[in-house]
Design a binder for this molecule. Structure first.
Ligand SMILES: Cc1ncc(COP(=O)(O)O)c(C=O)c1O
Length: 429
């Protein structure tokens, strides 16, 4: 009865894949998984349940996912040099909620980055944190808007005694001063929660800060932005066992029941890719962000934080008010198959969120497709032609992108052929 409708959906799925394969994708919160990881989407695990922990499930039939989950947890502890890894949250927001639900009570003060400063909605009144307390105060910033004001923040911690300060954000150009705040936080009983959703892959590659080592009591994250895994969430920590039990209960049954086993298995593969390739990937990603920022600046764009070298992450922020704002610019770029998002900038009032001055650009996905500094220069030129010269660039975007199709920093690259044992005989795999 619905055969036609189903075909239409299938058609849309195909169109999306073909379209985004022709696009220059610069959304800072996205990435691409390798073919090897993609091949496991929709495995039998997609149909199954496994509440609880490996070996202590509420369901039978889980022996294989138990093995995979154990391997993943062990590998994450090695990769991030920590004692605990909670892999069951199915998104970054879900991970944040698991923490807030167990560590924030009504009336507790929590300090966060405001929305214009780049803070994520899950840290705010309207999002997850707002379900547990309304006593949320903004972290003060320095005049440039891209750095936390240490002196004022320390003063506020002393006066307001927040239970938690949430560092890490969605517009995330520079490391947060975790180490610098750790002493005053210890003194006043404030715990540092670090939201690494955007920068997890850079931390894995040891090219950003190391929040847990610097004094954060836990780190939450998404696994699909700079960390190029399937779409999930994570909590990592070195906290005491009693506190970790709270996180454990926060993740299950607190904020999820079944934890989407097919993407968990994919994440286990992505994590091996990260263990092998993340260092070079992170170096190249940050280099590319700096190259793109410098080129856009040269072409006449108001690239933010110039006096600080533009960025230390995968992101570039640009004020495009002179070109009719972020909404208009992102739309014009999309028509030309360059995909970015509009973004509020730190100087803006909250009410400007639908028509902000800024755009946010992330280079991690194009880095994975093998682009380097030369290609960043070309992307900047295409953006300039589209936005400043008002020329159509779609054809060139599609031609250029067609040259970058293979996912690097993964085992998709040809690996040496290995012998495997089949029915007692050694054969080529
Ligand atoms: C800082 C930050 N935290 C949390 C999240 C939420 O992650 P997810 O989309 O995986 O729920 C995001 C998403 O963009 C983010 O930027």
């Amino acid at each position: 009865m619905y055969v036609k409708e189903i075909s239409e959906i299938e058609n849309l799925i195909q169109k999306q894949a073909q379209w985004r394969n022709r696009c220059i994708n610069l959304i800072a919160s996205e990435n691409i998984v390798s073919q090897r990881v993609r091949a496991q989407a929709g495995s039998d695990f997609a149909h199954r349940y496994a509440e609880g922990h490996p070996g202590e499930r509420y369901y039978r039939g889980t022996s294989y996912i138990d093995e995979i989950e154990n391997q993943l947890t062990t590998n994450l502890k090695i990769l991030f040099a920590c004692d605990h890894a909670e892999v069951r949250p199915i998104s970054g927001t879900n991970a944040n909620e698991a923490v807030f639900s167990r560590f924030v009570c009504p009336g507790d003060v929590v300090m966060v980055n405001s929305t214009p400063a780049g803070g994520h909605i899950s840290h705010h009144r309207e999002g997850s944190l707002g379900k547990f307390t309304k006593n949320i105060i903004d972290i003060p910033l320095t005049a440039d808007g891209y750095h936390l004001d240490l002196e004022k923040t320390m003063y506020l911690i002393e006066k307001a005694r927040p239970k938690i300060i949430v560092l890490g954000k969605s517009l995330f150009l520079f490391p947060e001063p975790v180490q610098e705040l750790s002493e005053v936080c210890r003194q006043y009983g404030t715990r540092i929660m670090y939201d690494a959703a955007h920068v997890l892959g850079l931390i894995a590659g040891k090219q950003f800060q190391r929040p847990l080592k610097e004094g954060a009591f836990l780190m939450t994250a998404s696994t699909h932005k700079t960390y190029y895994g399937s779409q999930r969430g994570l909590i990592l920590s070195n906290m005491e066992a009693d506190d970790w039990r709270k996180i454990d209960r926060g993740a299950f049954p607190g904020s999820s029941s079944n934890h989407h086993l097919d993407t968990l298995a994919q994440m286990a593969i992505s994590t091996y890719e990260m263990m092998e390739f993340s260092e070079q990937y992170a170096v190249d990603t940050i280099k590319n962000a700096k190259a793109l920022a410098a080129a856009l600046d040269r072409f006449g764009f108001d690239v933010q934080a110039k006096e600080f070298g533009y960025t230390e992450s995968h992101q570039v922020a640009v004020n495009v008010r002179d070109f009719r704002g972020g909404e208009r610019v992102s739309r014009n770029l999309e028509i030309n198959d360059i995909i970015i998002n509009m973004n509020m900038l730190p100087h803006e009032p909250l009410k400007s969120h639908d028509h902000p001055d800024g755009i946010r650009i992330g280079v991690q996905e194009m880095t994975r497709f093998g682009m380097g500094a030369v290609e960043m220069e070309h992307i900047a030129e295409l953006i300039k032609e589209c936005i400043i010269d008002r020329k159509p660039v779609k054809e060139e975007v599609n031609r250029f992108r067609s040259e970058y199709q293979r996912v690097k920093y993964s085992y998709d690259e040809p690996q040496p052929r290995q012998l495997k044992v089949l029915d007692g005989k050694r054969v080529k795999s």
